[in-house]
Design a binder for this molecule. Structure first.
Ligand code: PRP
Length: 176
């Protein structure tokens, strides 16, 4: 696993190719349903799915921290649910970033309550210093420092998601 920030397109592509090959090997017997968590996971879902040489299915969920604007409260509501049934299936959650881990903890419990065969996690980025809960993450692209990162699906006020690389947002953009 690499530790780097920011990350250029080549670094991301190379690492996702490695993870995709690992996923293809791990799930050769029974391919997973990839569950992308909107909106941030769109980019990693598209690239990771194409690097897995298996017949994977793709589905999507959108979740949001409940109530106030404070993210990562751990109280989550479903904005868009899966379109398919995951009972008895291998599920691989695809995330762009694990920050506190609270959103994912909730999503994991929610999906596990639906009777899947297995639920694992793949994320392009993780911030170990920001973790507030222990989560077992099977596939991690990059562990990064606890900085405000944007691009490759990650936003600031809904902007920058379409950058093909991961950058650190200048403090002047979000501090007065
Ligand atoms: C981001 C990200 C994760 C979550 C991580 O989503 O995609 O789902 O936050 O935070 P946590 O580990 O502290 O819970 P966000 O709520 O910003 O929605 P978005 O994907 O639509 O940008």
């Amino acid at each position: 696993m690499s530790t780097a920030s920011p990350l250029d397109e080549q670094q991301i592509r190379d690492r996702l190719a490695e993870i995709g090959a690992q996923i293809a090997a791990d799930y050769a017997e029974e391919p997973p349903i990839l569950v992308g968590v909107l909106k941030g996971a769109v980019m990693v879902m598209a690239d990771l799915a194409r690097s897995i040489d298996l017949k994977v299915e793709m589905d999507w969920m959108a979740v949001s921290s409940y109530g106030s604007g404070t993210k990562s409260s751990g109280v989550v509501r479903i904005l868009k649910d899966l379109s398919g049934d995951i009972t008895g299936r291998n599920v691989l959650i695809v995330e762009d970033i694990i920050d506190s881990g609270l959103t994912l903890k909730w999503s994991l419990a929610n999906l596990r309550s639906r009777g899947p065969k297995s639920v694992e996690i793949a994320t392009s980025l993780r911030k170990p210093e920001a973790a507030r809960v222990e989560i077992d993450v099977k596939y991690v692209g990059f562990d990064i420092p606890n900085e405000f990162v944007i691009g490759y699906g990650l936003d600031h006020a809904e902007n920058y998601r379409n950058l093909p690389y991961v950058g650190v947002l200048a403090r002047s953009v979000y501090e007065d």
